[in-house]
Design a protein around this ligand. Structure first.
Ligand code: PMV
Length: 315
């Protein structure tokens, strides 16, 4: 048996649209920060008596075609036909916009690489994780990670700054921990096919990505966070305009967006927000102001993350 740990990541520049839905290739490049507070622990145990893989998520048996697809790929690459017991535990709400699929697929890929003796290097591991869930390719690494567009061979997560080189912090705030109404894959396809803003979103987000990389090189951290907030709201604007409309915001989400703006204006603190495909909000800030920011947000009971490490084997 092998146990791996992986953290989810928050995209500062979002992946929201695929050029190839089967291989999870993105239509625009993205950038993320791996989050230390949340963890997925996944154990994989090969059992040659099994007739199928067994998936257990937070203590419950689950069926998931993406997991099956990854395990079939693992058997193909490793030349080992055996099935396995996969046991995964998250210390955060599953499928509520906290990117559990990213950490889940990253932990699974790293655990399988070891248990099935696959010998994959970093890049091939990041490609395997991407096949399970696009954003998982960015959870193979810690710190700041880019994911360029391209083919199966060239499009995967790559670290650009190690965790200790990134002076940022993230407050994850749960506004609602129920399951998502619609999967991100389904939502991306509806948006691509029906939102009149989709093409502009892809062009605009690609520009945001290049600007974000420049801001990181120049260590303009607050400007990076400002850009991340704009990018996230653009993604939601494009999504709201699809047919049928896809609305991830709950009343509490909007309340929190307003509160972030209020704290920024009234307290002059560097706080910005980013929201993924769910109702929860990530409040982005710089580590030097973390204490003052925490005082402002304490009633929202945030989980505080510093830049997290990449996925790794722990046992
Ligand atoms: O990797 P998926 O299919 O769960 O999609 C992730 C989509 C967002 O979280 C909304 C954006 C991102 O880049 O992580």
């Amino acid at each position: 048996m092998v146990i791996a740990i992986a953290h989810p990541n928050i995209a500062l520049i979002k992946y929201w649209g695929k050029s190839d839905p089967e291989k999870n290739l993105p239509a625009s490049p993205s950038l993320s920060l791996t989050l230390s507070a949340f963890k997925t622990f996944t154990s994989v145990t090969i059992d040659s008596d099994l007739k199928n893989d067994v998936f257990i998520l937070n203590g419950n048996h689950v069926e998931n075609y993406k997991l099956t697809m990854i395990m079939n790929k693992v058997r193909e690459l490793s030349n080992c036909p055996s099935y396995a017991i996969i046991n995964s535990e998250n210390n955060f709400p599953t499928s509520a916009g906290f990117a559990s699929s990213a950490s889940g697929m990253a932990a699974l890929s790293v655990a399988c690489n070891s248990e099935y003796n696959m010998g994959l290097d970093h890049d091939d591991l990041a490609k395997l994780a991407r096949l399970g869930s696009g954003s998982a390719t960015r959870s193979i690494d810690g710190g700041l990670v880019i994911w360029p567009t391209g083919s199966h061979e060239s499009s995967f997560g790559q670290q650009i700054k190690k965790p200790d080189q990134v002076p940022l912090a993230v407050l994850s705030i749960t506004t609602k921990s129920s399951m998502k109404k619609i999967s991100s894959t389904q939502a991306m396809e509806i948006v691509r096919m029906t939102s009149p803003f989709y093409r502009n979103w892809i062009t605009s987000s690609t520009k945001d990505f290049h600007l974000a990389c420049k801001l990181i090189t120049e260590k303009k951290w607050e400007q990076l966070l400002m850009l991340a907030e704009t990018n996230s709201l653009k993604m939601h604007a494009c999504t709201l305009a699809s047919d049928p409309a896809i609305i991830y915001f709950e009343p509490e989400t909007l309340k929190l967006i307003n509160f972030v703006q209020k704290v920024r204006q009234e307290k002059q603190l560097p706080v910005y927000c980013s929201i993924d495909a769910g109702p929860n909000v990530k409040v982005l800030t710089t580590q030097d102001k973390l204490e003052s920011v925490l005082t402002e947000f304490k009633d929202w009971h945030p989980h505080v993350s510093l830049p997290g490490m990449g996925a790794q084997i722990i046992d």
